[in-house]
Design a protein around this ligand. Sequence first.
Ligand code: MSP
Length: 532
Amino acid sequence: MNRDETTKNTFALTTPLYYVNDLPHIGSAYTTMAADTIARFQKLLSKSVLLVTGTDEHGQKIERSAQAKEMKPQQFCDEIVPNFISLWKLLNIQYDRFSRTTAPKHASIVQEFFKRVWDNGDIYLGQQKGWYCVSCEEFKEERELLDKHRCPIHPTKEVEWRDEENYFFRLSKYQDKLLAYFDSKPDFIQPESRRNEVLNFVNQGLQDFSISRVNLEWGFPVPENPKHTLYVWFDALLGYITALLEPDDEPTLENALKNWYPFDLHLIGKDILRFHAVYWPAMLMSAGLPLPGKVFGHGFLTKDGRKMGKTLGNTVDPIELIDKYGADAVRYYFLKEIEFGKDGDFNEVRFIDVVNADLANDLGNLLNRILGMVKKYCGGKIPVVTAEHIDNDNPLKGLGLHLGEQVKIAYEALAFSQACNLVLSLVQGSNKFIDDQAPWSLYKQTRQQEVECVLYTVLESVRLAVYLLSPIIPNISTAAYQQLGFEVNFNDPTSIDLAPFDIHSKWGLLSSTQNLGTPQPIFKRIDLSKND
Ligand code: MSP
C-alpha cells in the first residue's frame, strides 16, 4: 500500500462489469463478495467509499446469446440484468453504482473518449487476421490454443478464424511508458505472480490491437466509420468511468472524472488481467488520463480443476447456496477457504465442515458460552474490569493487543484468508482459555475477582473478533455486537461511523457501563440430515 492510499480518505473500487450472456454464477459472485468486503473494510477505516459494479452488454457473445433465445439483444439484456441485481441483494452487496454499458449516457462517454484517442493519432485502419474466441471476446495466439483450435479458457468452444478490416489501437506505442509505470509503481499489479505475467507479456513486445469489428451490429458504431462496431472491450472498460457520473450530470468526461477518479482498485479475475493491466492503462495514457492505483487479479473457482462457468456448465448456483446456508456462510467460505489470488476448488462437504467448525462451533458457541457464564457468575453484567486489570502475560490480551493492526494489514493486502485465520486464532485461543481457567471452578472457590477477569477477557476477545470479521460476515457480526451491548449495525453505513476502526480494533474497549443483550445463536450449525 503506498502513502497516497493510506492518507487519502476516499476509496473507489470496481468489480468487472459482467457479461450478461447468461445468469450470474458463483464465479461472478466471487469477485463481487471480495469487492464488497474491501468496501466495508475501507468504511470501517472511516473512508468515503464508492463501489462500482455492473454489466457488460455489447458484443458478439451477447448478440449470439440473444439470437439463440430469439430475442432482441436489448430485450435479452434487460431480462438478465435484474438477476445480477437480485443476487447482489441476496449476497448483501452494498454497491454504490451499477453501470450498464447500454445506458444512454455511456454512449456519450465512449464517443468523447474515442475522440481523444483518435485525435492523439492512436487509431488507424488495418487488417486483422487471427483466431477469435467469442466467449472471451479476444483474439488468441495460435500457440495458446488446445487441439482442434479450442480456447484454453473455454475448452468446449472452438475459436473462429477472422480476416477482416478493423480499426487498431496503437498499443505498441505505449510499451516503454507502461514498463516505466510498472517500474515506478511496483504494487500496481497484484499479486506478484500476476505482475510477473504482465511484465513478461509486455517485455515480449506489444502489438497493436483491433478495436472494431465488422459483421457485428450489437455495439456502438465507430464514430469515424459507422460500418464498424466498436470492440466490446474498448466500450466495456469505459463503463467504469461512466459509472462515476452523478445522476443529474451531463454525460461528459469532465463531469465523470471530477469526484472519484482515478480508481484505487480494479478487482478482476486472472482471465481479464491483460485488458486491465495493459490495454486499459495504455488507453488511459492515450486519452491523457491518470491511471488506477491497483489491479488485483484473483484466481478461478474450479470444479475438478476446471474453471467454473456457464460455458462448461460446471458451475454452482449461488442462489441455491445462499438459500441453504445464508449469505454470511457463503461469503465466509469463499474468502476464508481460498487464498485470494490463487485458484480454489469448491466442494460442498468441505463448505459445511468449514462454516460449522468456524462459525457455529468456534465463534457461535464461544459467544453463547461466555454470555451464559456472565449471566450465571456475574448476574448478566459486564464485569467491572478494564484492560489494565488484566496481566500483560494473559494469552488473549497478548493476541488481542496486536490483532487489529495485523488484520488491517491483511485486509489491505486483500489477504482475506489470512485475516480470517488471524481472527480465528483469537477465537480458538478464547475457547482454550476458558477450558484452562475453568471459571466454574473459580466461582465455586468464590474467587470472584478472577472469574470476572476471565470472563471480561473472553467477552472482549469475542467482541474484537466479530468486529474484525464484520466486512466478511456482516450479519453475524451485527447480531454478535448487539448481544455484546453495542447499537451498531454493520449493514448500515451511518451506524458504522459509530464503530471506527481506530477505536474498535483495539483490545480493551468493552466497558462495564454497557448492557449485554439477549443471547441468541448467531449461526446455526448446518445439519445435513435435517436439510435433506
Ligand atoms: N465482461 C468482462 C469484464 C469487463 S470489465 C470492464 C468479463 N465478464 S465475465 O462475466 O465473463 O467475467 C467477470 C469476472 O468474473 C471476471 O473477473 C472473471 O474472472 C470472473 N469469473 C468468471 N468465472 C469465474 C470463476 N469460475 N472463478 C472466479 N472468477 C471467475 O470478463
